[in-house]
Ligand binder design. Structure first.
Ligand code: ME8
Length: 515
């Protein structure tokens, strides 16, 4: 049987500022999907990285009096470090300033050029430097401002190269209509279809170096650099290994992607960049004749009040500061449990604490009390015991988690896992193992209680592993296991005969964490 493979991506972030919880959310979400898949035996390739060209980086470097490349090195390293601290298990971190990427972008543009998909034209109209976007008169906000970032726009007149995107409009609409799950959730798919009801223009894919020099030169006109979005989107292809830009034209991989990771199985992103991924990217791929990514998933925003949390609005939360106080897995848990994948959510310190308490008081507490009871009543060795009503709940939780994860409803999967932990705590109360321990007549009942709870805890370790990998590895080591079992293993694994180890609480009380 061939092993299932999956190529999963996050956006590549602009390293013009520090990573914030918006970036952390997408990356942790993709990481949880990657870990869940790996746990199910899938051969995962998980890509993230930084988007280092363009006006934003050029301007930020100038503001700091630095060379753009030095700024890229400095800031990209901050993303690498943040992902390490947040337990991200990516297989590749791509930077668009890598020579390999530059060569793939140029090969991509050459291919478009050779196929007649690009023409030279002139752009006259409004341009927002911050968003790096052209706008039409009717798009503009009051006093000629950018509809997205509200900054003043500039009137420009310049030579530009255009990609014939407009003529691919109907093929794209057909693709979206005949593949209902290509863009999820459905609300986002409908937004894209709504956008595509208007005529789709051609896409400007270049910027004159007189205005912007920090970019990849067009292979057919070195006076222009590639538009940063074209450069950025191609990263997914570079990292897939499908294109060998150094091979002769015709044998670079555009005709046949066999053996590479292309097409990507899933592009994960926020809803702010859905159009670039669901319209520009697929049409560009049609333009070069490559297969389209298999699925696009756009999640909602972390908001503060009514506003999106963003660097330019200055209202961002630092995930690393939260991590210092509560630990990596608590940050991961909060972000994934709190935001219903697809809608917006807001961060407040109270919500964070409420979610942390769930971890500590429900899951952490179950682990502590069970290990303490096995230690006290059975000398630290897990007894054997028959299946009980709680085993049926384990099976139900597994089924709910699998269904929820398949639809990327990660918050629901985590809610189902936490519900199992809650039920297990309730079951402890109803079985009263401390009373069962009092008489030899109920010794078998006590074995049954402890054995069932041990099975539940192993199941919980497997279910929580994608969100809390370090803590679940710790829990499993306390249960005498070398690693967190896979879902399939956890379904059948009994712990009978295993020696458990008492230790400090998995999730310390917040007061304790603060001191
Ligand atoms: O757009 N809530 O980079 P970027 C949720 N370089 N997610 C958020 C968020 C928020 N408030 N703020 C940011 C770019 N994000 C391009 C991408 S891809 C080929 C090029 C997350 O640094 C979310 O995933 O502005 C969003 O789509 C992404 O960061 C934007 O990151």
């Amino acid at each position: 049987m061939t092993q299932r493979r999956r190529y999963l991506t996050t956006p590549i972030y602009y390293p013009s500022g520090e990573p914030h919880i918006g970036h952390a959310y997408t990356t942790i979400l993709a990481d949880a999907l990657a870990r869940f898949d790996r746990q199910n035996g899938v051969d995962v390739f998980f890509l993230t990285g930084t988007d280092e060209h363009g006006q934003k980086m050029q301007d930020e470097a100038a503001r700091r009096g630095m060379a753009p490349m030095d700024l890229c090195d400095l800031m990209s390293a901050k993303f690498v470090a943040a992902w390490e601290r947040l337990g991200i298990s990516h297989d590749r971190f791509i930077r668009t300033t890598e020579p390999q990427h530059k060569d793939v972008v140029q090969a991509f543009l050459t291919r478009l050029w050779d196929r007649g998909e690009i023409y030279e034209g002139k752009y006259t109209g409004w341009y927002c430097v911050h968003e790096e976007r052209y706008w039409t008169e009717k798009d503009l906000g009051p006093n000629q401002t950018c509809p997205d970032c509200k900054r003043p726009v500039e009137y420009v007149e310049e030579k530009n190269y255009f990609f014939r995107m407009g003529r691919l409009q109907q093929s794209l609409v057909k693709h979206i209509e005949s593949n209902p799950d290509w863009i999820v959730p459905a609300v986002r798919r409908n937004e894209v279809l709504g956008f595509l009801r208007q005529p789709l223009g051609d896409l400007s894919i270049s910027r004159p170096i007189s205005r912007l020099s920090w970019g990849i030169p067009l292979p057919f006109d070195p006076e222009h650099v590639a538009y940063v979005w074209v450069d950025a989107l191609v990263n997914y292809l570079t990292a897939s290994g499908a294109i060998d830009p150094h091979a002769p034209v015709g044998r670079q991989g555009f005709e046949d992607v066999t053996g590479s990771r292309w097409p990507a199985d899933l592009h994960v992103m926020g809803k702010d960049i859905l159009t670039t991924h669901a319209v520009y990217w697929p049409t560009l791929l049609m333009g070069v004749g490559l297969p389209l990514p298999r699925q696009i998933f756009a999640h909602g925003w972390w908001v503060v009040g009514e506003a999106k949390m963003s660097k330019s609005l200055g209202n961002v939360i630092d995930p690393l500061a939260l991590r210092e106080q509560f630990g990596t897995d608590a940050v991961r848990w909060f972000l994934l449990r709190e935001m219903p994948t697809g809608s917006d959510a807001s961060y407040t310190p109270d919500r964070f604490l409420a979610r942390y308490d769930e971890l500590a008081n429900v899951l952490g507490n179950l682990a502590s009390r069970l290990i303490a009871m096995i230690d006290k009543y059975r000398g630290g060795v897990v007894p054997a015991g028959r299946a009980t009503h709680l085993d049926a709940r384990i099976a139900e939780a597994f089924a709910s988690v699998r269904t929820a994860m398949a639809g990327y409803h990660v918050h629901e999967a985590l809610a189902a896992a936490m519900e199992l932990a809650r039920d297990a705590n309730g079951w402890v109360e109803s079985r009263q193992p401390w009373a069962q321990a009092k008489s030899p007549a109920t010794a078998t009942d006590l074995d049954e209680t402890l054995a069932t709870l041990a099975r539940t805890l192993v199941a919980l370790a497997a279910l929580f592993q994608p969100v809390a990998p370090a803590k679940m590895a710790d829990l499993c080591s306390r249960l005498g296991l070398e690693r967190v079992p896979t879902l399939a293993e956890a379904e059948t694994l009994g712990l009978a005969g295993q020696t458990v180890r008492k230790d400090a609480p998995l999730f310390p009380r917040v007061e304790a964490a603060e001191t």
